[in-house]
Design a protein around this ligand. Structure first.
Ligand SMILES: [Fe+2]
Length: 191
């Protein structure tokens, strides 16, 4: 079996386990921790995700998301993100659950707390996590994070969502100073 076939087999097994966990437990912090454990086991097989199979865009400025598996109904979407040299996203939600784990390199995450209710106001950083091999973050549909990429290439991370990025048509990005939200379009470089 060659590398691509083995990767496909392991991805299919992992996604099957994730479907099962969500089906049995629903979308809870505990379920996302169990999903993270499955994704960490997949990410530990880093020989299946060599940088040459997932090149970064030529300009090196933007990240690129490679779809590894998306269900026909656009649920359970697993991507490999090839990070860029330096990039900062605004704080944003996903309108579905999200789990990110490291295969190679570092992706710094800030997780924010919004003021109670819908009132706008400055957003506090509740937690900071550098996602690298062996670590990961779990986000419920309304949780808000931002991503900050620095340092060594290659940066490869598994990003899994409850639905495909193309379906995230209502996510919001926030100004952390004012807490005001605006429509955040789906990532343009997804393949
Ligand atoms: Fe995100």
């Amino acid at each position: 079996m060659d590398r691509a076939q083995e990767r496909e087999r392991m991805v299919a097994e992992t996604v099957a386990a994730v479907r099962r966990i969500e089906g049995e437990q629903g979308v809870t912090r505990e379920a996302l921790m169990a999903i993270r454990a499955e994704l960490l086991a997949l990410a530990a097989r880093s020989e299946l995700f060599p940088p040459e199979d997932f090149p970064s865009p030529a300009d090196g400025k933007e990240n690129r998301l490679y779809a590894l598996s998306i269900d026909p109904d656009k649920r359970f979407a697993l991507y490999l993100n090839r990070g860029s040299a330096r990039k900062d996203t605004p704080p944003h939600n996903h309108t579905t659950w999200a789990v990110v784990v490291g295969v190679a390199g570092e992706e710094h995450n800030k997780i924010y707390r919004r003021p109670a209710g819908d009132a706008a106001g400055p957003m506090a950083v509740a937690e900071e996590i550098t996602v690298k091999p062996g670590t990961g973050v779990c986000l419920l549909p309304d949780d808000i994070h931002s991503i900050h990429m620095r340092g060594e290439d290659p940066k490869l991370h598994l990003h899994m969502y409850g639905k495909a990025i193309s379906e995230m048509t209502e996510r919001v990005h926030y100004d952390p100073e004012t807490g005001r939200g605006e429509f955040y379009p789906p990532h343009p470089d997804t393949r």
